[in-house]
Design a protein around this ligand. Structure first.
Ligand code: NAP
Length: 364
């Protein structure tokens, strides 16, 4: 698999009209790259999608998990008409209570909506929900669009794009940087590629859910895959960084140092990091309330390693970190796969003394 080199890069500050800022930027305009125009990324036969606007636009949202719930909630709060679908319909209850309509299938949500957003767990889920018989693509038509914010590999993203475009719809991949908190605060960072016209049309809605939107697409089909690649790069760094923090805390404990003091020292120097400040105190207390599930971080490192392998790169740090997440996810009876990814700490801590003693007695 070749790594796509994005030919355009733009960071578009995006804000909701309902939350005025001192200097609100104009609606996002996709950047023109040398030798191409943004509209060349759209399928020539697909009519564009009108710029999204509360009161005028119906938005679909499929995949109401941790992130989808927060994102769809913000769209509702901004005044959009929202139709939602989730495999487990009960997770849509808070949205329905807040005014969303519940669709029976992802196809129905997409058929009712002008633009549908997806936030699914992994490549398998993203493909199933987009391309299945009752999936989003089946509800697509010219003048509609699908924005997939799931973190997936580029191949999955391209397969979803093909299914949507085959029905005359426009497609944008738009995985996000930022976790549950930023999703609730409307402070995500979108990493988009695909049909530039859809990116432009979605500016107001991306602004409701995020604080910045990068268009990484380029010529031809909008370089679908560049957004997925950027997301995997970011999460390879993040997953390795968290694993390094976990090892540092484990080492501190083994050396008889206070883990809290380690966080304090780190916060004052060059390795100060918002993620350490956010997650560290709970890690010290061995609490891992799920914001970014560990199974998803493991998935992202796996996909990053596959991307690296295809490019002929060996990422030793990311590979070791992936091993730590895999060990944590497999830890018997601990349910760590669904815990926050900071639970990787459990994979690097020494076994409790009593358990270790029992284990060594058993081995003797
Ligand atoms: P989540 O809470 O685990 O939600 C996953 C969603 O996918 C649920 O709606 C789930 O439906 C659905 N799903 C899973 N398998 C499915 C299938 N086979 N068919 C249909 N639906 C399926 O995950 P999340 O934290 O919201 O993350 C969603 C995506 O965003 C992931 O790709 C993740 O890597 C990415 N992401 C997450 C964060 C974060 O901090 N949480 C940050 C950035 C990016 P059910 O409710 O029926 O299980």
């Amino acid at each position: 698999m070749a790594i796509t080199t994005p030919t355009t890069l733009a960071c578009l500050p995006a804000r909701s009209p309902s939350r005025p800022r001192a200097a609100r930027p104009p609606l996002p305009t996709p950047p023109a790259a040398a030798g191409t125009t943004p509209s060349s990324a759209s399928s020539p036969s697909s009519p564009s999608v009108p710029t999204l606007a509360p009161g005028k636009t119906t938005l679909g949202f499929v995949g109401i998990g941790i992130m989808g719930l927060a994102m769809a909630t913000n769209l509702l709060k901004a005044g959009y008409d929202v139709v939602v679908w989730n495999r487990s319909p009960e997770r849509c209850a808070p949205l329905v209570a807040a005014g969303a309509r519940l669709a029976a299938t992802a196809r129905e949500a997409a058929a009712e909506a002008d633009v549908t957003f997806g936030m699914l767990s992994d490549p398998r889920a993203a493909l199933a929900v987009a391309t299945g018989p009752d999936g989003v693509a089946a509800g697509m038509a010219p003048g509609k669009g699908y924005v997939d914010a799931s973190t997936v590999d580029a191949g999955t993203s391209r397969a979803v794009a093909a299914a949507v475009r085959a029905r005359g719809g426009l497609f944008l991949e738009a995985p996000v940087s930022g976790s549950k908190g930023p999703a609730e605060q409307g402070a995500l960072i979108f990493l988009a590629a695909g049909d530039a016209a859809l990116f432009a049309a979605c500016g107001p809605a991306l602004g409701v859910m995020g604080k910045a939107s990068f268009y990484l697409g380029g010529e031809g089909d909008g370089a679908v895959g560049a957004g997925a690649h950027m997301k995997l790069v970011v999460n390879a760094i993040m997953g390795s960084t968290m694993a390094a923090l976990a090892e540092g805390l484990a080492l501190a404990g083994a050396a008889g140092l206070s883990e809290a003091r380690v966080l304090e020292v780190a916060s004052l120097g060059a390795i100060a990091c918002p993620m350490f400040a956010l997650k560290g105190p709970a890690m010290v207390e061995r609490r891992y309330p799920p914001a970014f599930p560990l199974k998803h971080q493991q998935k992202d490192l796996r996909l990053a390693l596959e991307l690296a392998q295809a490019a002929g790169l060996e990422l030793g740090v990311a590979r070791a970190a992936h091993g730590a997440y895999a060990r944590a996810a497999a830890a018997d009876g601990k349910g760590l796969a669904d815990a926050d990814f900071s639970a990787v700490l459990e994979a690097v801590l020494p076994p409790p003394k009593a358990a270790a003693a029992a284990a060594s007695r058993g081995a003797a």
